[in-house]
Design a protein around this ligand. Structure first.
Ligand SMILES: C[S@@+](CC[C@H](N)C(=O)[O-])C[C@H]1O[C@@H](n2cnc3c(N)ncnc32)[C@H](O)[C@@H]1O
Ligand code: SF4
Length: 450
């Protein structure tokens, strides 16, 4: 593929952690829908939990996560009180009218930085979830950790409550890049924290990296990945920097003149993927890599709000400010601002502020986009088998791919198409074709496709 083709297709597009994407959620979904959907979850349904901790001790200038900076313990303490109330209420609604509880097979604490919780708070929150929900014996329990701020006592507390996967932010080890993003984090410190978790029996480690950051070059990201590979993580997530300064105001602190261009981003992404796969990792979806021994390398993957996952649950329950729940009927999101979330919980026990009721057409398109993002394929036969005639209009749209074929992005298969190796990085652009919610004006809200 020529650089010209890359540039032409690299228009801003969503990350597709859900379809429709969260910017289309509206107040038509509120506490009533959330509680009805919770009560309607069948007894045999697989359920997973996501818990959001929206605080960090310092702010990384590139960060697009829903978090705020605090150095004081009080806001965190207040938030945890609201969170426990929400846990009580949601667990009660989920259990409504049922003879037995749902086995929770996956739990994920994300943020922000759950590693900013003190050891007692970690134990208390862990116990609240364990007593209110029926956690499966072999549940996957993952926590996002900022290696710069975690102590041995916190590591011990996470291990004690059953955490068996940690995901650590690294982004880049280069000093100049770290200065430009306000995130100082040495290789030695990162190695030490990983060793501490492993010594406590938390065997599975993921590392997050980002390319497209200020001052990064192909050579500098190669140096970072060589160091990361020494740490032998089970999974590596490699994200393209999403620069949206109009929406994420602190990103204005990033020096735009130091940001790599599209061709350079593409080259960095390729260099990283090459280094990791050359080292024996398997590529999973668009931005994850897993060692052959990791479940992600052998199990089918899907997508949820955290990105790629092996979690095949029918229902995902999001707890905490901004957290999104996903039900067969639709999505329900809690109030994003911490104060708003706490107020809603104090008033009525529910944090739900907005969401979306899925139409049949949304469900068809959601499946197409999920399969494209995960397997890079479109199969008319599979889609018709799942949705019947409701899938027909989308199947017809999918036949119209002559331009993508001509540009070497897809090739036709017996009943649809698949992305070529060169086309893979542009998969989100292909997904966007099936996104009936994406108006032209919406494009500016999203980040570059590569
Ligand atoms: C919640 S943080 C990870 C845990 C912890 N807070 C930390 O930073 O170590 C989630 C990850 O999202 C990624 N991320 C954040 N902002 C991003 C952006 N603007 N573009 C691409 N990736 C981003 C980073 O790789 C980051 O590690
Ligand atoms: S990258 Fe992690 S530590 Fe940095 S601001 Fe974002 S959530 Fe906080």
């Amino acid at each position: 593929m020529t650089p010209e083709v890359v540039r032409r297709y690299a228009a801003p597009v969503p990350r597709y952690t859900s379809y429709p994407t969260a910017n289309h959620f509206k107040a038509v979904v509120g506490p009533g829908e959330q509680s009805r959907w919770l009560a309607g979850v069948g007894e045999s349904a697989k359920v997973s939990l996501y818990v959001h901790i929206p605080f960090c001790h310092t702010l990384c200038w590139y960060c697009a996560c829903t978090t705020k900076m605090t150095r004081r313990p009080e806001p965190v303490r207040r938030y945890l009180v609201a969170l426990e109330q929400e846990i009580d209420r949601v667990a009660e609604q989920l259990a409504h009218g049922k003879s037995r509880g749902h086995k929770i097979t996956h739990m994920h604490w994300g943020g922000g930085s759950p590693s900013l919780l003190d050891p007692d708070s970690i134990r208390r929150l862990g116990a609240a979830l364990r007593t209110r929900f029926d956690l499966a014996e072999d549940m996957e329990f993952a926590v996002e950790v900022d290696p710069r701020e975690i102590t041995a006592e916190q590591v011990a507390a996470f291990a004690e409550i059953g955490v068996n996967r940690v995901s650590l932010g690294v982004q880049d080890f280069n000093q100049k890049v770290q200065d430009a993003i306000n995130r100082q984090q040495s290789f030695e410190l990162t190695r030490d924290i990983i060793e501490q978790f492993r010594a406590r029996g938390v065997a599975s480690v993921n590392i997050d990296l980002v390319y497209g950051l200020p001052h990064q070059t192909v050579d500098s990201v190669k140096e970072t990945i060589a160091q990361v590979l020494q740490l032998e993580p089970d999974r590596i997530a490699i994200f393209g920097y999403a620069h949206l300064p109009s929406r994420v105001t602190h990103q204005r602190l990033i020096d735009e003149s130091a940001l790599p261009g599209i061709d350079e981003r593409f080259a960095q992404s390729n260099a990283l993927a090459h280094a990791v796969t050359h080292h024996g990792y398997r590529a999973v979806g668009l931005d994850h890599f897993a060692r052959a021994s990791d479940t992600m390398a052998s199990r089918p993957v899907t997508r949820n709000f955290q990105g790629y996952t092996t979690d095949a649950a029918d229902v995902l329950i999001g707890l905490g400010a901004s957290a999104i729940s996903s039900f067969p009927e639709g999505y329900a999101q809690n109030a994003v601002a911490v104060g708003d979330y706490e107020r809603r919980i104090a008033q009525g026990g529910s944090g739900t502020a907005r969401g979306l009721v899925l139409s049949e057409d949304d469900k068809v398109r959601a499946k197409v986009i999920e399969r494209l993002m995960c397997d890079f394929t479109f199969s008319a036969r599979d889609l018709l088998a799942t949705f019947g005639e409701a899938a027909r209009p989308v199947v017809e749209e999918a036949a119209d791919i002559a331009d993508l074929e001509r540009d070497g992005i897809v090739t036709r298969t017996a009943d649809g198409f698949e992305l070529t190796r060169l086309g893979l990085p542009l998969v989100r652009t292909v997904c966007a074709r099936f996104d009936s919610w994406l108006g032209g004006h919406a494009m500016r809200r999203h980040a570059l496709a590569v």
